[in-house]
Design a binder for this molecule. Sequence first.
Ligand code: GSH
Length: 229
Amino acid sequence: MIKFYYSLAPNPMKVALLLEETGQPYEAVPVDTRKGEQHLPAFTAINPNAKVPVIVDGDATVFDSNAIVLYLAEKSGQFLGDGTPATRGQLLSWLMFIASGIGPFSGQAVHFNHYAPEKVPYAINRYDFEAWRHWNIVEAHLAEREWMLGDQYTLVDMALWGWLRALPFVLGGAESWARLPNTKRLYDAINARPAAQRVEALRARHTFKAEMDAEAHKAMFPQNERLKA
Ligand SMILES: N[C@@H](CCC(=O)N[C@@H](CS)C(=O)NCC(=O)O)C(=O)O
């Protein structure tokens, strides 16, 4: 059975959705990143990048959420679109756009707005601008089609959903949705699916540390230790 190493953060949640949508049996293994469990040798042996998610599927170990989403969709033969070269091109393009744009810029916007030990106007402005710029590209794309690849729900929508769940935290509050009506429509449509509801049940299965205290900052933002020297 597939072992799914996860926390409740955006990148693991997109994999949880794909596992639930494709119906592949899996064992969910919690990794409490606020307690530093991502740095334990047993975990870095499967992901040297010390981050969740990771899956272990027999002899195959896959880390990095978008690689996992693609691996699992291809394994199941589902949610890949209509299989034409045109769709394949769009699928890879949007998946990499999420991997290299949506994820990193949204993550840094969260970091500098909510967690940085000091408010750095330059960094806040850059990442807020870039996060909005990326989400506005998604919004414009969705204004013209139902799902990211047209009329079919695919792994690209699932990869986006991980971050949609955190979008108000990324972009400065619940009012952000008013500026992204088509993105909100996609979010609501995925939330209404039984698989998304099963992911919510998974969220309740294990208890993760809730506090972003000194221990959590040390585990997740190790660069700050250099400032204390
Ligand atoms: N590119 C990676 C990023 C993974 C990532 O940043 N994971 C976060 C949770 S969303 C994490 O493990 N954070 C703990 C840490 O950075 O120490 C992916 O898409 O899987």
